[in-house]
Design a protein. Structure first.
Length: 95
């Protein structure tokens, strides 16, 4: 399974659709209010985690069972979101 951050954005949606077309299982995190317009029909084929990248617990739980991670989230404050959990994320082999 491949985990995508920023899946509802321009780059993330393109990557999700491409991975799904190649037969990969895709898991992604999104906020409850995120628009999935760019994903079209692909949105129904993604294993969604509802949450926020600033919530370390949700992020760590979301990464369980994930083999690879593709970070496409355009977040201006990655340092704040990941500093506390960097070691935990590396332990999950998702860099």
């Amino acid at each position: 399974m491949i985990f995508i951050t920023g899946a509802t954005g321009l780059l993330g949606s393109f990557i999700c659709k491409d991975l799904l077309a190649r037969g990969y299982e895709v898991k992604a995190i999104k906020r409850q209010t995120s628009s999935m317009t760019l994903l079209g029909d692909a949105a129904d084929k993604i294993n969604w985690v509802i949450g926020d990248m600033d919530d370390t617990t949700t992020l760590i739980d979301a990464l369980k069972g994930v083999e690879k991670c593709v970070p496409t989230l355009n977040k201006s404050d990655w340092k704040k979101a990941l500093d506390d959990s960097r070691a935990q994320i590396n332990d999950l082999n998702c860099e």
